[in-house]
Write a new protein. Sequence first.
Length: 414
Amino acid sequence: MSFNQQTEGLHVEGLSLASVADQYGTPCYVYSHAALTGAWRAWADALAGRNALVCYAMKANSSLAILEVFAQLGSGFDIVSAGELERVIAAGGDPARVVFSGVGKSRQDIERALAAGILCFNVESYPELLRIEAIAAAQRTRARISVRVNPDVDAGTHPYISTGLRENKFGVPFAEALTLYRHAHASTHLEVVGVDVHIGSQITELAPFLEALERTIAFADGLAAEGIGIHHLDLGGGVGIRYRDEEPIIPADYIEAVWQRLGKRPWQVLFEPGRSLVGNAGVLLTRVEYLKVGAERHFAIVDAAMNDLLRPSLYEAWHDIRPVSQRAGTPIEYDVVGPVCESGDFLGRARALSIAEGDLLAVMSAGAYGMSMSSNYNSRPRAAEVLVDGTTTHLIRERESVKDLFRGEHLIGG
Ligand SMILES: *Cc1c(COP(=O)(O)O)cnc(C)c1O
């Protein structure tokens, strides 16, 4: 295991988390190189010999060194902004393996991505298709597109991370998608290359994926019958991970089921995993500032907060919280909270912990949607990030300084 309990405390690969905290301070994100590559292999091994491309959905964690690890493994990338594209390029990724998702692509986003020669725009509406067509015409080129269809499948997840239902803002219903495909097929500045679907996140069952797949295959078959051939099927991301006691599907089973249903169709299949590649490869390391023992509840006030890890506040997400070193004594039930001035600022509630002021805690499974959703709320510099490979540490992001927070701000000079 990449994060493992030893008698001298919790380790990441061959290093104690306590030594990482000593060297780099807290709060600090700590990633395991072995866990990242292991998660990649779960996809790559199952896809070996199949016509497929993994496009890491980098919004899960877009730190340059994380992208570098996946780029070197041959990954493509799923981006949602031109800023993410610049990160791919800075990390040594290949724009020709980039797909561009998202409902609100700006003109600048599209211009930049088209000029960089990305693999495909995943189009989310008719007006977006028209905008891409106009920009491609201005650049005297053709934009490769797929339409993100909305298959009206309930992924059975938290409403904030479900995207494949009719009422969501994402994707285009099949009937309307057909109109978009006919328009694109007839256009000199658009090239239809795929059909795209993405139904949500932290999905732990196979059934919703397969329901969406079957509906999408039927739709693509209909396109082919009209003479609108595609090159690839993009099945999006959404494969869940274990935070607590979930029994998530494994990529190999999903992949096997996909190819069973594809039959002899010659399409390449794209996958856009985010969470499943990075979620369990990172922890947020934090130190107990104060123990505040009240009449109703006990609080462990730590130096990490909702600005560092938003998921508990935003989705009521549950992360395991483990003491880095075991301490004797009867555990007490604490709400583990940060210093931010919001009642919604918590990392975990009602956790039985045997801890004292100054102890280190590890918030587990924090590699996805942790650092990438962090902010400077309350003028808190963002955490450092450290990648551990065996016993070697790489500081992949310096802790922000307070001065960094002022950059670009101006007094009015009154
Ligand atoms: C967020 C997102 C993903 C990744 O989802 P995970 O649940 O992290 O795998 C993939 N594709 C699209 C279009 C997304 O919006």
